[in-house]
Design a binder for this molecule. Structure first.
Ligand code: GDP
Length: 469
């Protein structure tokens, strides 16, 4: 691994800012700093390298003065990467940022690759792989929930759990291996019932983590909401009102909202991903059929369905038929379990106009009915209130939730291996074959924390990071 190089990058986001931070890490860090940094008080020069503090001075390239900066120096191993490190806070002009970077490179550093600082931290044992991945999630966090999930993973609670599971698996393996060593002598060291019990416990724990992914994934990326209903019901207007931005095409022409538009809002710390969809209207027109197909695909993905009805255009009887039609279609397309996980909300819109549907009429078979005016932005808070009830952030503080797809698949594979072990233990499969499955299960658990990792896996993980992280 390329950990002998000294790397450097601009760590703040690209573009102009009040200040910018340039990072450098590696064995040449202090040598390069000595060449380019001039402390304000010359006599401080000989002391500063020993200090893990911040210093005021200038960055210069020989006679050329570039900027007044603050540098923070970290001596290995007490740094983010575990190597000698410097963080230079300069003025945020893009010219200055790049000029300083150029100078550092001129004196021996090389440009860092994406995520390379964090990769170094992983290589030097500063954090395990799942913690390193959590750093990226933390930077990406757009809501309190996403932040809570990333924070938990970064602080290592999740890794500890995985490591504990792997440790249990190791002790299980050693019992089996012992039996294997003495197989010639036909002795059974490990009590089969005890082994089965241990395995069942392990399986349940892994299963619980594996199952938490569907929640974790939704919370991390936003709870998906499908806004559906007939053309002109006011779906785009509602979306706009909720997003408070003109992002959807609002039009008087029926069926013009044909492209799906996705956007996110954050309510009480939880992100919701709105999925605007084309009308649910029955139509022979090809593009409309595509739109309806897409509508059902969106409903399929949604945790919350907002079924918008134009209260001005329909009678109570018509609206009831429409709601029942939706419910019937849901029944035909989805399993009961799938429907149970979806919250169906009937939104009677255009309440600023004369309505054919009496207020407070709650439709049967759906979770909620609300009466709003999307255009006049009336009673939108009722929708917001229902949405905030769908997420329970407080629970997350104690729970370990899997949010990472890579971890999810690793857990899945270790579960598959455990099922094979179980099969092996219950049949007369030779112990050495069972041992193969045990190693497989351990391998996948180890992949999550990086106790087992390949160059390829590391590259694919860190390539998704930003430069300077
Ligand atoms: P969509 O086809 O369901 O997306 O419907 P739009 O959002 O494009 O709305 C269709 C028309 O109804 C537009 O002219 C909107 O201005 C209008 N509209 C939407 N919501 C309301 C509302 O609450 N009150 C009134 N009076 N008009 C509305």
């Amino acid at each position: 691994m390329k950990n002998s190089a000294t790397i450097t990058a601009i760590s703040t986001s690209p573009g102009k800012g009040a200040i910018a931070v340039i990072r450098m890490s590696g064995p040449l860090t202090f040598t390069i700093i000595k060449k380019v940094y001039r402390p304000v008080i010359e006599s401080n020069n000989k002391y500063y390298l020993n200090l893990k503090t911040t210093h005021l001075g200038s960055i210069c390239d020989k006679e050329e003065w570039i900027d007044e900066v603050l540098i923070t120096l970290y001596k290995a191993p007490n740094s983010y990467t575990g190597d000698d490190m410097a963080e230079i806070s300069c003025h945020g002009s893009t010219y200055i940022q790049h000029r300083i970077l150029q100078v550092l490179i001129k004196y021996g550093a090389r440009p860092a690759e994406t995520g390379e600082f964090t990769l170094m931290a992983f290589i030097h044992g500063k954090m395990d792989l799942s913690q390193a991945e959590a750093v990226a999630d933390l930077i990406d966090a757009r809501s309190q929930t996403a932040h809570t999930l990333a924070k938990q993973q970064m602080r290592g609670g999740y890794s500890e759990k995985i490591k504990a599971l792997r440790k249990k698996m190791v002790s299980f393996a050693s019992l089996i291996e012992l039996e294997l060593d003495f197989s010639e002598e036909d002795v059974t060291f490990a009590d089969r019932d005890q082994l089965k019990k241990l395995l069942a416990d392990l399986k349940n724990e892994i299963k619980a983590l594996h199952a938490s992914f569907s929640l974790g994934n939704v919370l991390k990326h936003g709870i998906p909401i499908a806004i559906v209903g007939s053309p002109n019901a006011g779906k785009s207007t509602l979306l706009n009102a909720l997003l408070n931005e003109e992002r959807a095409l609002v039009s008087d022409i029926p069926g013009t909202t044909r492209d799906t538009i996705e956007d996110t809002i954050v309510i009480n710390g939880t992100a919701y991903r709105f999925i605007d969809t084309a009308g649910l209207r029955e139509s022979e027109e090809k593009i409309e059929i595509m739109g309806m197909k897409r509508t059902w695909e969106k409903i399929d993905k949604a945790a919350v369905v907002l079924y918008v009805i134009d209260g001005n255009a329909h009678t109570e009887k018509q609206a009831t038929t429409m709601v029942n039609g939706l419910l019937k279609n849901l029944d035909a397309r989805f399993t009961k379990k799938q429907i149970d996980t979806k919250k169906i909300i009937v939104v009677v819109n255009k309440c600023d106009l004369k309505s054919g549907i009496p207020y407070q009429r709650a439709f049967k078979g759906v979770d909620h009915t609300v009466y709003i005016s999307a255009k006049e932005q009336q009673h939108l808070e009722k929708i917001i209130e229902i949405l905030s009830q769908t997420a329970a952030i407080q629970r997350l503080e104690e729970e370990l939730v899997v949010t990472n797809t890579r971890h999810f698949y690793a857990l899945e594979r270790s579960l598959e291996a455990i099922r094979e072990i179980e099969k092996g233990l219950s049949s007369s499969i030779p112990t050495d074959l069972v041992a193969v499955d045990i190693r497989t299960a351990m391998h996948y658990l180890g992949e999550i924390t990086g106790e087992i990792s390949s160059q390829e896996v590391l590259e694919s993980i860190f390539s998704t990071f930003c430069i300077g992280k």
